[in-house]
Design a protein around this ligand. Structure first.
Ligand code: CP
Length: 311
């Protein structure tokens, strides 16, 4: 049984959400998924709300998904991209955001390379803040849409076995997924080269394996992550070719398993590195369903935070 409102006015990370918050977001997203499959996909829920999407890092899925979610809720939307802004002239994050908020903005969706940038802003501004990714820290709405997509396939996540493959060390998606899946009672294992698995990870109650086939045999769902070369200042793997040989997931490997595993990937995909095209495009893959669900889940998050503004 979930409550009728979120316990928080910001979505800074899954760490700060309760299991009841997550279930409320899922139940609300179920309703919005029905809405976005209607011929008229728009509802007036956020008609008097203005949302600013502030992206200080590149994005395709998250930025478009939030913008669509906001527009389908009838919010007024402004988009900001750091590469074409006065940040390039030396303006601080707080000055930038305060200037935007002085134009009567109610909610801020932000992606920023600095872990904790959102928590810093939450201490200084009144608007609701949604973390769309902060460095290697968290990407909460990605984890929510991932768990929502698993729930759609397998029902209750309690006791389900979810494996996260790849570059766990640099992945905010991995961190948010671990927190979210554990709150929902799933068992989580990470699998990748030892250099890309953080040393502290067993302390989170997560299993560690360096054996891809054994982990695929163990899990119900394989969430495959890319190697984040842009966050690596030293060499963690000899070459992408070698990574692909030992840790890449291809159809031959999947076909050798005793049971069928659900394949997920948050994107962007590096085809032929962590995942082969015949796996990414297979009937086991729910990668595009994840993207579709992202809009409904983000509509739910925006709607529930807007409801907190009037309480
Ligand atoms: N999954 C994800 O965050 O993708 P983008 O970087 O394209 O937003």
């Amino acid at each position: 049984m979930s409550s009728s409102e979120l316990s928080t006015k910001h979505i800074l990370g899954i760490k700060y959400l309760t299991k009841e918050d997550i279930n409320l977001i899922f139940e609300t997203a179920d309703n919005f998924k029905e809405v976005i499959n209607r011929p008229i996909k728009k509802v007036p829920s956020l008609r008097d709300v203005t949302v600013a999407n502030l992206f200080f890092e590149n994005s395709t899925r998250t930025r478009i998904s939030f913008e669509l979610a906001e527009k389908r809720l009838s919010a007024d939307v402004v988009n900001f991209s750091a590469s074409s802004s006065s940040v390039k002239k030396g303006e601080t994050l707080l000055d930038t955001v305060n200037n935007i908020l002085s134009m009567k903005v109610d909610m801020v969706v932000m992606r920023h390379p600095a872990p904790g940038a959102h928590a810093f802003l939450a201490r200084h501004i009144d608007a609701n803040i949604i973390n769309a990714g902060d460095g290697t820290h968290e990407h909460p709405t990605q984890a929510l849409l991932d768990a929502f997509s698993i729930r759609e396939q397998l029902g209750d996540l309690s006791g389900k076995k979810i494996a996260i493959f790849g570059d766990i060390l640099h992945s905010r998606v991995a961190m948010s997924n671990i927190f979210c899946l554990q709150k929902l009672g799933a068992k989580v294992r990470v699998c990748g080269p030892p250099t890309l698995i953080p040393k502290h990870i067993p302390q989170l109650g997560v299993e560690v394996s360096y054996d891809v086939k054994d982990t695929l045999e163990w899990c119900d769902v394989a969430n495959i992550l890319r190697i984040q070369l842009e966050r690596q200042d030293i060499k963690y793997i000899p070459t992408l070719r070698e990574y692909s040989k030992y840790y890449g997931i291809d159809k031959k490997l999947l076909d050798s398993l005793d049971s069928e595993v659900i394949i997920m990937h948050p994107g962007p995909i590096n085809r032929g590195v962590e995942i082969s095209s015949d796996v990414a495009d297979s009937k086991q893959s729910i990668i595009l369903q994840q993207v579709e669900n992202g809009v409904a889940v983000r509509m739910a998050v925006l709607f529930l935070l807007a409801a907190k503004r009037s309480t």
